[in-house]
Design a protein around this ligand. Sequence first.
Ligand code: TYD
Length: 210
Amino acid sequence: MTANATRGRFVTLEGIDGAGKSTHVGFLAERMRARGRPVVTTREPGGTPAGERLRELLLGEPMHHDTETLLVFAARREHLARVISPALARGDWVLCDRFTDATWAYQGGGHGVDSARIAELERWVHGGVHPDLTILFDLPPAVSRGRLERAAANGRTLDKFERESDDFARRVRAAYLERARAEPARFRIVDSTRPVETVRDELARIVDAL
Ligand code: TYD
């Protein structure tokens, strides 16, 4: 947790594609607001005008994996400078749909980008800001694949990462779980194979304990 009591809390949501983060963002924000603090809800890649344009590129365009890594961190620099750091300094809470754990999982675990490079960019771009709490929505790739296929059948166009193989998703999931094991105080792993209501009950308990 952050040392300064006047500083807001920084909560991030992570998980493989189709894990259900987006389903729960609104509920989590409301529950956090009930704690009496303004909550800024945002996402990565994105969260700023420049970041949203980078998101379009990142999710649509095939590119070298190093380029992808540099672009997610470029979007993140903008996001931290314009949105996240000012909100935390005001004492607001920030709820961010994906953050740097996604880079470790997707670019590092999924694409094999060198971890020393990711660590260096993280040090440079974060400038000491780190999430206080990260909720990892966890489920097997076979289950998420089923959800993504149903979404596609209902007319949703899958993005570049959602079209990746199940093997890619397995590597991303393994990287997330490894990070959670390495930092158990920061992570809460939520079993996302359960019904929405059951997941919600657990999320409410997590937020109320913040
Ligand atoms: P996602 O968060 O799943 O958005 P939505 O719920 O709207 O589909 O999409 C963001 C995608 O970006 C996701 O597939 C993971 C990818 N991503 C990275 O590869 N690296 C990163 O550092 C971040 C933040 C996201």
